[in-house]
Design a protein around this ligand. Structure first.
Ligand code: NAP
Length: 270
């Protein structure tokens, strides 16, 4: 009997934690299926998609750097991804071989915040790259209040406010923070091998939430500083697990098991 499988594609790819996450859920649910890394250079992307499209066992793939833009041109239905988030992280094969593309990062980012009412709340976002686009897309949908973007390249950040129809402003990385209800680090700062993100958190109110998308290391300097101030924090594994959960259901037709997140987090941080 054939085994359904999905993959994560990128260059490099061995660092991806997606096979660990999907493998954990497949085992926990007792489902027959496989999820693996596929190392792919940009020149090989089109041939990969054509070959996999013909394989009925292939349920689809997650897409990481540097293919998130190019893959949008290779699927049959990219939805509104091109004009919104502008990057695709999931391709799903339909039974007839048609390929649908989507982006689960925005919903994955928002999943730990879903219980909160952020309508009208002031938010600060650090960064203006691919992850920031998914964050701003989700924040626009949640009708948050003014958004202050802190970024090294201000022009790029201004364009993003306009793209997502958000009110707010753009300031330098060393500017004082606004009194935001939510601070999100969507930049690479604080990641292993990158400079730290040094922010003075004192302008944030006592009930603010600090959310760092960086998950390597998991306990970033920003999260440590927020905890020292007694603020609530959300780390990058929540988004990683949230975006994977949506893709898992699309690939394997079942929701991930409930109540197993702590076990999964322990596996991912081992
Ligand atoms: P990206 O598209 O390359 O964007 C990087 C951002 O960081 C840009 O805003 C860039 O500023 C800024 N930056 C990078 N190096 C900098 C430096 N030395 N000084 C100042 N600013 C710097 O990367 P991305 O895909 O958005 O990823 C950003 C982070 O989010 C990464 O740490 C990634 O691991 C994390 N992430 C996590 C998840 C998750 O599921 N938890 C998902 C996606 C991404 P400029 O605009 O000025 O270049």
């Amino acid at each position: 009997m054939s085994t359904p499988y999905a993959e994560v594609i990128g260059d490099p790819i061995v660092q991806s934690k997606s096979p660990l996450i999907h493998g954990f859920w497949l085992r926990a649910l007792g489902l027959s299926g496989d999820y693996r890394h596929a190392h792919l250079k940009p020149d090989d992307l089109a041939a990969y998609i054509a070959q996999r499209r013909a394989d009925p066992d292939w349920r689809g793939c997650n897409v990481t750097m540097p293919h998130k833009g190019a893959v949008m041109e290779l699927v049959d239905d990219p939805g509104d991804i091109r004009s919104t988030i502008g990057a695709m992280n999931t391709v799903v094969r339909q039974r007839d071989g048609a390929l649908i593309g989507t982006n689960t990062d925005a919903a994955g980012f928002y999943s730990p915040l879903a219980e909160l009412d952020l309508e009208g709340a002031p938010v600060a976002v650090v960064g203006a790259g691919g992850a920031a686009r998914a964050v701003l897309f989700a924040l626009a949908r949640a009708n948050v209040g003014p958004v202050t973007i802190l970024n090294r390249s201000p022009l790029k950040a201004m364009g993003l406010l306009a793209t997502f129809g958000l009110k707010g402003d753009v300031v330098a990385l060393d500017a004082q923070l606004p009194p935001a209800s939510l601070l999100v680090n969507a930049s690479s700062l604080g990641m292993k091998g990158q400079p730290p993100l040094d922010l003075d958190l004192s302008p944030l109110p006592g009930d603010a939430i600090v959310y760092d998308l960086v998950y390597s290391p998991l306990q970033t300097g920003l999260l440590k500083a927020a905890e020292a101030r007694g603020l609530d924090t959300v780390d990058g594994l929540d988004m990683l697990i949230g975006q994977a959960a949506l893709a898992f259901e699309l690939f394997f037709g079942a929701a991930p098991p409930e109540g197993r997140d702590e076990e999964l987090r322990a596996l991912l941080t081992a």
